[in-house]
Design a protein around this ligand. Sequence first.
Ligand SMILES: Cc1ncc(COP(=O)(O)O)c(C=O)c1O
Length: 374
Amino acid sequence: MMNVQILDLKKQYEALKPQIQTAIQRVLDQGIYVLGPEVQKLEKDLAQYVGSPHALGTSSGTDALLLALLTIGIEPNDEVITTPLSFVATSEVISFLKAKPVFVDVDPQTFCIDPTQIEAAITSKTKAIIPVHIFGQCADMDPILDIAKKHKLFVIEDACQAIGAEYKGRKAGSMGDFGALSFYPSKNLGTYGDGGMLFVKDEKNFISAREYRTHGEYPKTYNHKKIGMNARLAALPAAVLNVKFPYIDQWNEQRREKAQTYYRLFEEAGLLNKITLPKVASYNKPVFHLYVILTQHKNNLIEHLKSNGIQTGNHFPTPLPYLECYKEAGYIKGNLPNAEKICSQTVSLPMYPELTLEEQQYVVSKIRHYYSNL
Ligand SMILES: Cc1ncc(COP(=O)(O)O)c(C=O)c1O
């Protein structure tokens, strides 16, 4: 029996070991362990890569989103429109500020927020929209940006799963007023520890977000202008990212190749009418952070693959408003039919740049085995 992990981070580390060790040693010798030159280099390189005027290294993707909300002055009872199909961090930051996440259903093709349903959710309390480029494919940004402009709303892109993804040639994180990345280890560009980045379009917002990042002060210390937080990126994770960043396009291309290989293998196995493979909108160039298929046999298929040594992911079992943490909020089931259906059918298959053809063949053969035994 083969063992196939959904993601094997050690393979990447082995390939880059000498460079990473040199970078870590450099930071230790420099003696600057929070922010500093490593973080500045990363901010500069990523701002240029994404095409955003300003970037701030943050302690996580979650904190990048929170800084954006603080910067636009989100207050209790404000409303922020977002998607039900995401990691909890997206709506958690809204709720953390005692504002209300308003969930709009997703497009069944991209699994991202459906722009045609956004306007109906806007009220006098709405302040912002957070589209999420889920699984590495961008939301349909042009109509979202148009709606935001018309109703004077901020747009905060949650690009935590989508570094390098493109929408009509524009990079994820560069299109809204703000864009957030995550460098959690499993992300396409992941570090060893937590980390994130906030892209900011407007200079005043950038200056304000930078103050929020460091207890309401910057650049002068002990001059706290407002209540902020500690959301700084540390130097060691930034140094690791500086080693890895030059490879991101290559790694994303390898992920797209693996996606094509899965398509070919599933087609050859005659499974295209049994499972639904990821669909890419014509305007998108995705980065396949996750490779998520839909099946009517979610739990049984996950168990079958597990018993054959194949690790899968469950992204996500439950639309955000139906999580236990929102029990008191009173969201009613049945209002988000696309997200509900998708969550009941998703299985994330192994996907990372170093995944081998043999491993992909094994995964597909075991899925064929499952369906042939039904
Ligand atoms: C869509 C999405 N938003 C936000 C986050 C939060 O990022 P982090 O784990 O770096 O706080 C994640 C990652 O975990 C994510 O996948």
